[in-house]
Design a protein around this ligand. Structure first.
Ligand SMILES: C[C@@]1(CC(=O)O)c2cc3[nH]c(cc4nc(cc5[nH]c(cc(n2)[C@H]1CCC(=O)O)[C@@](C)(CC(=O)O)[C@@H]5CCC(=O)O)C(CC(=O)O)=C4CCC(=O)O)c(CCC(=O)O)c3CC(=O)O
Ligand SMILES: NC(=O)C1=CN([C@@H]2O[C@H](COP(=O)(O)OP(=O)(O)OC[C@H]3O[C@@H](n4cnc5c(N)ncnc54)[C@H](O)[C@@H]3O)[C@@H](O)[C@H]2O)C=CC1
Length: 215
């Protein structure tokens, strides 16, 4: 069994090649553009999903069949055409060139795969079956969708603001760590749920840090 490494990637400004322009390519293109990638799509035709994204300046469509030497100069490649044999050839060439490659038609032919994802602002929950059953991964995420409401977006934003403030104003590592531990134990999430949370001002943040910094 492949032991996949889950990672979170910042794709801003990264050049990414996407082979194929159908429904699945559209799904990938929309996620890649949202993550800031500079996307090149090679496909003789594009479907409505990719077409709708084409206004985005970061999407460049080359209208022709893809070939293996197209992967040169890309470090991230998606093989998502409807031609499975082509996907295999693209994957092989990309791997040989040392690129990261995702293959829509066969998980094992690539060296990374996508999980099903739930987003609440900065909070991201991902579930993967390591390719065993993508629909089951999606079903699990739908369950979590009911469990984790929009309060988590506010909560993650609060954690972000507080952590920035702590990092900027506390220099002793052990005090920082103590504050971060205490921060994870506040009842802020309950307040957000009960709609009684008001985002903290800078002086409130500083006051909390002052009172909680001692053991
Ligand atoms: C390896 C991976 C590719 C990758 O890395 O992208 C992969 C591969 C394959 N999927 C196939 C089929 C389907 N995939 C979906 C749906 C999703 N597939 C996703 C991920 C992944 N799918 C990755 C592994 C994830 C994991 O398990 O950890 C989701 C979760 C996330 C996303 O795509 O972003 C997304 C949820 C979208 C959402 O929630 O909206 C549906 C249902 C639907 O479309 O509604 C079907 C049809 C029903 C079925 O077959 O189950 C086939 C057979 C193709 C064929 O036979 O033609 C292969 C090929 C193979 O099995 O190797
Ligand atoms: N990863 C996933 O979640 C899923 C993957 N799949 C697999 O993904 C692949 C694509 O599926 P769809 O997008 O639904 O198919 P689709 O039929 O909608 O699109 C196929 C695309 O490939 C392009 N194409 C065909 N020959 C090409 C070539 N020589 N060079 C470049 N582009 C070429 C076509 O122009 C078209 O845009 C299939 O192999 C399918 O088995 C299917 C369902 C889910």
């Amino acid at each position: 069994m492949t032991e996949y490494m889950p990672i979170m990637m910042d794709l801003s400004g990264m050049r990414v090649l996407l082979v194929g322009g159908g429904k699945i390519a559209g799904r990938k293109a929309s996620q890649l553009l949202a993550a800031g990638a500079e996307l090149t799509v090679i496909s003789p035709e594009i479907g409505e999903e990719v077409r709708a994204l084409k206004q985005d300046a970061a999407l460049n469509w080359i209208a022709r069949e893809a070939q293996t030497d197209d992967v040169e100069n890309y470090r991230i490649v998606y093989a998502a055409s409807g031609d499975e044999q082509l996907n295999e050839r693209i994957a092989e060439a990309a791997r040989r060139g040392g690129a990261l490659v995702n293959v829509s038609s066969r998980a094992r032919s690539g060296n990374f795969i996508h999980p099903a994802v739930l987003r609440r602002g900065r909070l991201i929950v991902a579930a993967s079956t390591s390719g065993a059953g993508p629909s089951a991964a999606s079903a699990l995420i739908r369950e979590l969708d009911e469990r984790f409401g929009n309060e988590y977006e506010t909560y993650a934003e609060f954690l972000y603001m507080m952590r920035q403030t702590i990092r900027a104003s506390v220099s002793e590592p052990e005090v920082r760590h103590r504050l971060m531990r205490k921060l994870a134990e506040t009842d802020i999430l309950d307040h957000i749920r009960q709609d009684t949370f008001v985002p903290w001002s800078e002086s409130q943040m500083a006051e909390w840090i002052e009172t909680e910094r001692e053991e």
